[in-house]
Design a protein around this ligand. Structure first.
Ligand SMILES: [Zn+2]
Length: 454
């Protein structure tokens, strides 16, 4: 209810702001009409206010008046108004790009605020693009802003990039990264791509110079294994880590817009780590792959009909979404949270096992009474050729009591249940091994609303 109201207030404010801008433009035009003579006394390339606002970057040799004019002419499309997009957009707005388009279909949640510095507690529930554009406008009202309240898809990305000078990939999903890169190759737009997860980040400038620099597929021809593709929602991230990467994206964007591409071409991948050792490392990239799916001369993508003929299935290419494991177990191998709650009450003294397969940090935040923590990452480690894996809780294999698995939303629990059966722990079907359907999320929604859930 309150989230909806907040969203509506921000939308109304955005509308009001847009009307004010239209009014200002209309008044300006009327004033110009009245005087019938443009201000011919002004003989300098930038507007008077620009010399003031951008003074400290104008005096840099790497920017200067020419650089400022290039920024002013630029149309930048920034995809993802989250942890990377917020600092990147704020700095690009501050630097005075001419037109900034921000694309994101999500709304602001409280759990975003520790890292997504363009949003505020008061704007929780609003569209991220509206919230971020408002923050940018407060910084620099001279920039033209477009807020697109959609996620990028194969259908909208072509038109979004049609008049772009530069694109920034500030998203957090593997499939979307390939889509954005492919679209930039097709549209002839350079791309500043960054990623951050947990305590690490990476950054590269792709398709730059346009038509010569490597694309995302040249650098990462194969997607990461599906199991390792965690978005920040599940994977966790430190605010300053993603902030560093977003700020660096803005820096690279300003360099691309104001300076000629380096010659000879030296594409690099910058790696950042906050987990010890050197913070920054630079890896030289090989350049374009002659057999690249997207950017090589005989690329499948280029030969397709662009939007209709040539787009691959990105989700499938990246190993499917998290929904892929939805049907690992049969219905009779699963119990609802209500059924498990009843069983928990009736099974006294307790005879069954409940294994919580979330990572330790999640488990420590709160779990169902009596659950034993077996982190999913440990169950992925290869088991020794003979005997049972060491991560099994002691006594589990020897026992005959039923085993219930629970996880965050009910995917990993199925995988581990299947694994325990493969290991023979179901004693040829005489011992129940199954999961609690819907995981801790369902438990919170339907049994115990006080359960902390992230
Ligand atoms: Zn390529």
């Amino acid at each position: 209810m309150s989230a909806d109201l907040r969203r509506r207030i921000v939308a109304a404010e955005a509308e009001l702001q847009s009307l004010r801008e239209q009014l200002a433009l209309a008044e300006e035009a009327e004033a110009a009409d009245r005087s019938m003579q443009p201000d011919s006394s002004w003989k300098w390339p930038l507007a008077a206010s620009d010399y003031d606002r951008y003074a400290r970057q104008l005096i840099l040799p790497s920017v200067g008046v020419q650089g400022q004019l290039a920024l002013k002419k630029a149309s930048v499309v920034l995809i993802g108004a989250g942890g990377l997009g917020c600092p990147a957009a704020l700095y690009l707005a501050g630097a005075g790009v001419g037109h900034l388009t921000v694309v994101d279909g999500d709304t602001v949640e409280t759990s975003n605020l520790h890292r997504q510095i363009g949003h505020t507690t008061a704007r929780t529930g609003a569209y991220k693009v509206d919230s971020l554009v408002e923050a940018c406008r407060e910084r620099n009202p001279e920039v033209k802003y477009t807020a697109v309240r959609e996620h990028v898809t194969v259908d909208n990305i072509g038109p979004l990039l049609a008049n772009a000078t530069l694109a920034l990939d500030c998203t957090d999903h593997a499939a979307v990264r390939y889509l954005i890169s492919d679209a930039c190759v097709l549209a002839g737009v350079p791309l500043v791509s960054a990623a951050a997860l947990r305590t690490d980040g990476q950054l590269s400038v792709l398709n730059w110079p346009v038509g010569r620099g490597p694309c995302y597929r040249c650098v990462f021809p194969r997607p990461p294994p599906a199991a390792s593709q965690m978005s920040c929602a599940e994977g966790g991230v430190l605010g300053p880590v993603v902030g560093v990467m977003g700020v660096l994206q803005a820096l690279e964007a300003i360099r691309v817009l104001t300076q000629p591409p380096p010659e000879p071409l030296q594409p690099t991948l910058l790696l950042f780590s906050a987990s010890g050792g050197p913070s920054f490392r630079t890896v030289r990239l090989r350049g374009r792959r002659s057999d690249c799916f997207a950017c090589s001369d005989d690329s499948v993508l280029k030969k397709g009909d662009g939007l209709d003929g040539g787009w691959p299935d990105y989700v499938q290419f990246c190993g499917g979404s998290t929904a892929v494991t939805q049907h690992v177990l049969a219905p009779e191998e699963r119990v609802s949270v209500e059924m498990y709650k009843k069983l928990q009450e009736e099974d006294t003294p307790r005879k069954h096992w409940l294994l919580d397969v979330r990572e330790k940090e999640f488990y420590n935040m709160g779990s169902i009474a009596g659950a034993v923590n077996v982190p999913f990452s440990q169950t992925r480690a290869g088991s020794s050729p003979e005997g049972l894996p060491s991560w099994l809780p002691s006594g589990l294999a020897e026992d005959t009591a039923p085993i219930y698995l629970v996880c965050r939303v009910g995917n990993d629990s199925q995988v581990v249940a299947r694994q325990l059966k493969t290991l023979g722990l179901d004693r040829e079907g005489t011992r129940f091994v199954g999961d609690v359907e819907g995981g801790l999320l369902a438990w919170k929604q339907r049994v115990d609303e006080t359960m902390p859930f992230v």
